[in-house]
Design a protein around this ligand. Sequence first.
Ligand code: NAD
Ligand code: WQD
Length: 345
Amino acid sequence: MSKILVTGGTGYIGSHTVVELQQAGYGVVVVDNLSNSNIEVLSGIEKITGIRPAFENIDCTDYVNMDRMFEKYPGIDGVIHFAASKAVGESVEKPLHYYRNNLLSLMNLLQLMPIHKISNLVFSSSCTVYGQPDKLPVTEDAPIKPALSPYGKTKQIGEDIIRDTVFANDFYKAVILRYFNPIGAHPSAHIGELPSGVPNNLLPFVTQTAMGIRKQLQVFGNDYNTPDGSCIRDYIHVVDLARAHVVAVARMLNKENKEPVETFNLGTGRGLSVLEVVHTFEKVNGVKVPYRIADRREGDIEQVWADPSYANEVLGWKAQETVEETLRSAWRWELNLARKREEKK
Ligand code: NAD
Ligand code: WQD
């Protein structure tokens, strides 16, 4: 059984990936410092798969403890590196935290991997590296635009660090995955997204508004150059996204990769506007989402969606879930969170 280290494995995308890895027969070691997640996520994973993954509460920026962790778990075959801070607005306020956390974590891993004879890395990148692309849908060879936030820069620099390191040393192999907008939750509703405080992202704000936790959703702008005036994104079910990681890892373990560093867009190829998301959510779940049109949000991209055909062809992976099921899964998760809050009272 191949063994995979998942950093950030109690986080949103990480936890769904741990489930898919375990269900595909991989052994998993999770490292997370719980800075943006909860230890209870491990129980959610266990409820779904019957297996509680090995867990270490370690900060990936801590080289010495990461080294000890690799000693403790010999025979790791690959690393999927999710651990990072991801709040765009916060990164503008605290740039040093973002550069330190996101880049030092990655550099520590790259330094420790050859010491522990691990050559395979999957890295979480983002469509944010493209900025507002000149051509839509966006392909992997689209120019990288100046990042609009320190967070975005950490993804661009992170990709460069990986490329430079791999090209300098043919020991390494890496797959860089550029996610579009992951939403939804595992169909079991045992795991999902756990935003802390007021959500920045659209879907948690929508579900919390439907639940009555937030009074009203603000739709940031209806005067964009799009059919209904609101921004367009490529929303992808988190389980579809998670499955792509299993394929990417297997590709490297089976030595099927054509280049030492391969980069893939992970999206559906379908753009949806903010208003389409809100109205479809209301329709498929039979709930109201009170909203008002507000000013544009600074730094927002008008429209972006993926051309996923390279991932479809080369990885043999395709996003499967419908937007309706994706939005239903998001609501089931919010309902589950409400039930848990009730139980705790
Ligand atoms: P998340 O915050 O839910 O998960 C990240 C996890 O990493 C958290 O559990 C957090 O506690 C942990 N972590 C952070 N810094 C750490 C450190 N120094 N050491 C150990 N653990 C640490 O975020 P997510 O949405 O699951 O995102 C996972 C990855 O995907 C991140 O790299 C993020 O930048 C990237 N990404 C996310 C999105 C998105 O919209 N969610 C889009 C594109 C890329
Ligand atoms: C989606 C759309 C908003 C909240 C961010 C990061 C990006 C990537 C994904 C990590 C936009 C609108 C939102 C609200 C709204 N993350 N919106 N009201 O901006 O595409 O990307 O997450 O890499 O780097 O920037 O996602 O979910 O914040 O917004 O109208 O209360 O919803 O304007 O059009 P975004 P989002």
